[in-house]
Design a protein around this ligand. Structure first.
Ligand code: PGA
Length: 252
């Protein structure tokens, strides 16, 4: 595929693997399999928070967090701040993943987390996506509204580090993902929303990636035909052979 530096490959390990030694061995095998001639960043991998410190020291890619707490430094037992995550080695964080929203995270939480994450100097991947589709296209306006309520008032100076992940919820953890055409249609709509919020010049700075049942067969189609600047990959990032193949194919 046509190589651009903009192909951003994000993995999301979710609650895997079981131990730090398994995680380290995965990273070593991954780094030995990927093509290092491509320009950095080679990959971004969101790992369990407690693994960030150790993995960020050994990985050739960027290690990040799957969520942040949304609290500021202070008296909140058991919660870790964005700045603490950043200082332990995270280059980025994912915010608003549907599995986190499912556990009660709301738009106000997401708005606060996006700002905290960006202000802590992490790249920030904001996930949006519809639960289901309807023929009249209401899901598109819902995604646009979601973006507007989350991002309005955000300082334009922070936009260089913002990435939107379009993740149709019906395509996460399934056998079949969205088609590249379905992805393309929503990416256009996300771009429109970003232009409305920030103006065209600033809206364009924000990269948009696709997630939902990405595998080694469909991966590049979302970039080539689907208009995405990269991918957010769950299960296929948890297998070292598959993830390395996807990374290499996106950087060819
Ligand atoms: P999946 O997960 O690739 O396993 O469908 C995607 C995600 O949850 O981001």
């Amino acid at each position: 595929m046509k190589k651009t530096d903009a192909n951003l490959v994000f993995g999301n390990w979710k609650s895997t693997p079981s131990t730090i030694s398994q995680a380290k061995s995965f990273i070593k095998r991954l780094d030995s399999k990927i093509n290092k001639s491509s320009k950095k960043p080679l990959y971004f991998l969101a790992v369990p928070e407690v693994f960030i410190g150790e993995l960020s020291k050994i990985s050739l890619g960027s290690i990040g967090s799957q969520n942040i707490s949304g609290v500021k430094e202070g008296q909140t037992t058991g919660l870790v701040t964005a700045m603490q995550v950043r200082s332990s080695g995270a280059d980025f964080s994912i915010i608003g993943h549907s599995e986190v929203r499912e556990r009660g995270e709301n738009l106000n939480d997401i708005k606060a987390k996006v700002e905290l994450s960006l202000r802590s100097k992490m790249k920030t991947v904001l996930c949006v996506g519809e639960k289901e589709r309807d023929n009249s296209g209401k899901y598109l306006s819902k995604i646009e509204e979601d973006l507007k309520s989350t991002l309005s008032n955000l300082d334009k100076g922070l936009l260089d580090s913002l990435i939107i992940a379009y993740e149709p919820i019906w395509a996460i953890g399934k056998d079949v993902g969205a088609t590249p055409q379905e992805c393309f249609e929503v990416i256009i709509s996300i771009k429109r929303a970003l232009s409305d919020i920030f103006g065209e010049k600033y809206g364009k700075k924000v990269k948009i990636i696709y997630g939902g049942t990405v595998n080694e067969i469909n991966a590049t189609s979302y970039i080539e035909e689907g208009g995405a600047n990269g991918l957010l990959i769950g299960r296929s990032s948890q297998d070292v052979n598959t993830f390395s193949k996807i990374i290499n194919s996106c950087h060819e």
